[in-house]
Design a protein around this ligand. Structure first.
Ligand SMILES: Nc1ncnc2c1ncn2[C@@H]1O[C@H](COP(=O)(O)OP(=O)(O)OP(=O)(O)O)[C@@H](O)[C@H]1O
Ligand SMILES: [Mg+2]
Length: 285
């Protein structure tokens, strides 16, 4: 099956311009090539300052390449005639849910982006209902956003984006300010949107257990792509990940250490259940 590309990044270099910037004249993206297919669920990981957010900002024309090109559904992000179109194709959710809330009542907040797109009121109502259902927040239409938990606020922010019917959502550390329950709510919502609505998802995260839920994990280091593959493939490269000071899922780390000690274990394990099974097998052997 040939899957269509949604985003193509060709030899992308980027430096922030400006007098007071610490990184002035230094490229913070250093020759990135990437092809993201429609419907993929990608986790983008890398240590602080590796360029993840800067790369994300190139996908909806917030940043434009210093060198190279980025195409979204075949449109060059430098083509300012299509800025609006690109922004509707690629929506972005940020770290702090409070910074993304624009209205005090849930349904008004979700409707805001659609109103800016000039969508007729009946259509907006329909889309707001659909989006709240998709993030499992039906029944909260008239609630005040201030009374919601962090996880609920983040799901309302996601609803506001999906009401605009984007092809792709970028989530830049959407769970880092949430408690474990909020994290779980947001990640399962995002997985559902990807599986059921076929929305392409790019999840930027420092949480390796979250990265494991993706179909494809892309690892950045010093503005370059260091690893790109399935979670099994990427998290079996423990030495490379350690070199870039990245965590690995706890189960993968344990199995890797056992392998180093000569135990017969699978090459890469990503979750606790498989880890327990591997340990039981060692004990039975
Ligand atoms: N507005 C800016 N002006 C100048 N330099 C910037 C700006 N934003 C980011 N940088 C620099 O660009 C580099 C990449 O930053 P970026 O925010 O993309 O990294 P990141 O991988 O998202 O990090 P984090 O995990 O901390 O969010 C860093 O060296 C950072 O200091
Ligand atoms: Mg960032």
């Amino acid at each position: 099956m040939v899957t269509e590309s949604l985003i193509q990044i060709k030899n992308l270099y980027y430096k922030y311009e400006g007098k007071d910037d610490v990184s002035k004249n230094e490229y913070v993206l250093n020759g990135i090539n990437l092809d993201i297919k429609k419907g993929e669920f990608i986790a983008l990981i890398g240590r602080n300052g590796s360029g993840k957010s800067t790369l994300a900002k190139h996908l909806n024309s917030v940043c434009l390449p210093s060198k190279g090109d980025v195409f979204v559904d075949g449109i060059n992000t430098k083509d300012d005639k299509f800025l609006y179109k690109i922004r509707t194709k690629v929506g972005q959710v940020f770290q702090n849910p409070d910074n993304q809330i624009v209205a005090s009542i849930v349904e008004d907040d979700v409707a805001f982006g659609c109103e800016n797109l000039g969508i007729p009121p009946d259509e907006i109502r329909f889309r707001v209902n659909k989006a709240l259902t998709a993030v499992d927040m039906c029944g909260y239409e008239k609630h005040s956003v201030n009374t919601l938990s962090g996880g609920q606020k983040q799901r309302v922010a996601i609803a506001g984006i999906i009401a605009m019917e984007p092809e792709c959502i970028i989530l830049d550390e959407p769970t880092s300010m949430l408690d474990p329950k909020g994290r779980e709510e947001v990640i399962s919502t995002v997985m559902k949107l990807n599986r059921e609505k076929k929305i392409t998802v790019i999840l930027i995260t420092h949480n390796m257990e979250e990265a494991v839920s993706a179909d494809r994990v892309i690892v950045m280091g010093s503005g370059k792509i260091i690893l790109d593959g399935t979670p099994q493939n990427v998290f079996s490269k423990i030495e490379t990940l350690n070199e870039y000071e990245l965590d690995v899922p706890q189960a993968s780390e344990l199995i890797y250490r056992l392998a180093q000690k000569g135990f017969d274990v699978p090459e890469c394990i990503l979750n606790e259940e498989d880890c327990v099974n591997a340990l039981l097998k060692i004990m039975q052997d």
